[in-house]
Design a protein around this ligand. Sequence first.
Ligand code: SF4
Ligand code: F3S
Length: 102
Amino acid sequence: TFVVTSNCERCRFTDCVEVCPVDCFHGDQTMLYIDPEECIDCGACVPECPVEAIYDESELPEELFPWQSINAKRAASLPVIMEKGEPYPGAEQRKKELGFST
Ligand code: SF4
Ligand code: F3S
């Protein structure tokens, strides 16, 4: 399965949801989470994220391991997000701080 990690927090660009064939992104106000029960491992969402927040679980860096269970837990209780929306306020600034050019 694929996993959304910390770079998504306070970015929430939502480009990822537009390409997901199975609508497995769920979200709260600050970020999105992938439902591991629904994700079909297509990988389409990875290049869409402007802050490279999405990883294949087999390629997760060690410090991001906790995000696996966070995605599973959060996705189970949050609504599905299917449409691209406004990013989190200040997302462009945070993107810069994370080292991605605009
Ligand atoms: Fe959706 Fe594919 Fe990304 Fe899984 S890997 S969340 S199915 S776009
Ligand atoms: Fe988050 Fe990137 Fe999607 S910032 S909402 S994982 S496009």
